[in-house]
Ligand binder design. Sequence first.
Ligand code: MET
Ligand code: ZN
Length: 780
Amino acid sequence: MTTASPLPSATILGYPRIGRDRELKRAVESYWKGAITTEELRQAATGLRAATRERLAGLGLSEDSSIPADFTFYDQVLAVTAALGAVPARFRDLLNAQGALDLDGYFTLARGQGDRPALEMTKWLDSNYHYLVPEIDESTPIDYVEGSLASQVVEAAQAGAGSTAAVRPVVVGPVSYLLMAKPTDEAAEGFEPLDRLPDVLHAYGHLLMDLQAAGASWVQFDEPALVADSWSVGRERVLAAVREAYAWLGAVVERPQILVVGSYGDLGDALGALAASPIEAVGLDLVAGGVPSSEDLAALEGKSVVAGVVSGRNIWRTDLSAALERLEALREALPSGTPITVATSTSLQHVPHDVERETAMDPAIRSWLAFADQKVEEVLILARGLEQGRQAIAAELDQDAELRAQRAAHPGVQRPEVRQAVASITAADRTREPYATRKAAQEARLGLPEVPTTTIGSFPQTAEIRKARAAHRRGEIDETAYQEAMRAEIASVIALQERIGLDVLVHGEAERNDMVQYFAELLEGFVTTEHGWVQSYGSRCTRPSILWGDVARPAPMTVAWSSYAQSLTDKPLKGMLTGPVTIMAWSFVRDDLPRAQVADQLGLALRAEVEDLEAAGIGVIQVDEPAIRETLPLRAEDRPDYLEWSVGSFRLATGGAAPSTQIHTHLCYSEFDVVIDAVDHLDADVTSIEASRSRMDILPAVAAHGFERQLGPGVWDIHSPRVPSAQECTELLARAVDALGAETVWANPDCGLKTRGYEETEASLVNLVQAAAHIRSQGA
Ligand code: MET
Ligand SMILES: [Zn+2]
């Protein structure tokens, strides 16, 4: 092992890879289009890494090993899959003689090719980042075949030449890598990816040696899977894997010092397992998790501790005084002399680069925020405070306290009328008439056929729509012209749906840039950013809105569009809203009010919108909650509370609707077994879910649960341009009808159509309508 060079006093666990101006996105997408060569793409990446190192050094991360090296072109889990050559059989021809992928091969795993589907994508812990799920079985090749992480260490050393410090390579740890993997279809019954731990450790051993040779004095293994309960193996097995992994890796002779980080929550009993392992440092998330017990900390004797006190998940300034107290308490409880590194709680990949660029934002609000670069400054300030005492950072503490006081006193932060309204909510506000009453009233009002057909809301967002929106934003066309363009689009979407013969129509959501941002821009209590991009997956970024104050709805948000659409047709038109939980999940949410209360504020604003839609004659209203599953807490013990307030806020939004108003909700995933009970409690009259990719696998669970209201299991996988045949739709619908009964089933796609083209949209919907007609004729 390298002779002990200590960890720096301050660090960050990772930095946004995408670039201040989304340089990585642009370069990668140009490469995919064939507009730049491999060499040019590599140069762009080298330039981006150099710029990042210089920026971080400039901000003050000047000690050795304080700058993380965590670059990869697409995804951090795919980076490990590539390093191990752990490629599923359908991609194995892409491996070279050494068993490694080239850059094109790496992208092929991420994006698929022809009839070989990409690796599945799923959410990284409870964040909005998506990683590519490794597929492992008994015969998956696993070896150390590709050294791009070590190259980053060498590159930094060469480029640095005295100006920037040596970097600290960051990689997903072996246990999390396997826990986050899934078995392939070929795997034997009962096989778990974790069965391959010895092979993975062997490969990681070589990785360690390679990093050592490259000159790294530390390596950071991210083991976030240790804080969650969501895996297919029990906790005992997880702990055994931790012991085995770090006993093994710790015993590698030629290696850098090892830091193992458990971000996104509490390590719980995994901390003891790590403490007993021959590693040199442990990282704790002291934002999502608490300061561990003194016994647990005592066991860390002889190790360094990386204390994540600056949130990597939100965009609020850190409460410096509270964070320093936490650090002092930690120091107090640790064996004396334990070195502490002040750090972010997670990688900063979840936050945008730099709040200073948000020049159009209200400066008062901006002053409360910290994006990645500001968080770097915060860890440095706190490290100084911890080392030299509070007086050394007195000016910073004063300034922070002052801004905090200003924030608390800002009129938008606490609106008495909103607080009052939330305080007066009663259980009755969250309760509609019994379903039987509603059903009868809705049948009388809507007169829908059996197996009614509908869509999930959005229609294709054409280039013309996006152009009109951009021109409007730039002031090139005025409000009237913009409204005209959107109304024309709505009229054509209505005409199309009538032509196809759908039963419940939608207006198509042409006017919405995004299903959350659209509402954030119309509600009070939110700001949006200009440059606040964060990586969602691969080259895809989102720009979350910031929910900073009490939520109020100054005016109706969707009524004009929906009633215009309704005026064009005799068919029922479905109004379209985004639910409270989803608005919160896809925004940065204030940290000064319990989430349950924020959810109720949103619930009340949406409730007013529902009321206005009803008054405008809209008889069907859908409140989308696709995020209810994804923000489910990582630990089972935290779930009941979450489900209670999240379901409660939906019921508040919809609870005022008349019995004759049909309330729909939409969740776009099929693995809803863990939340099926909660979904039932939403008490929507109709629920649409994703089902076609899983060939309706969820039906038995739904039937067993005894879901008594109506369900639209999607029959068209809208994630692909493929047009499902009428026969295929009929088969899927027949299965649903068999399991649930014809009076329960709706025919609809899996999700909205905004990413689809018109050609496949029309063809698929025609088939879907035909399938429903066929099912009806059979039933008759
Ligand atoms: C991610 S769920 C999307 C629902 C929305 N109503 C749409 O159709 O686009
Ligand atoms: Zn959806």
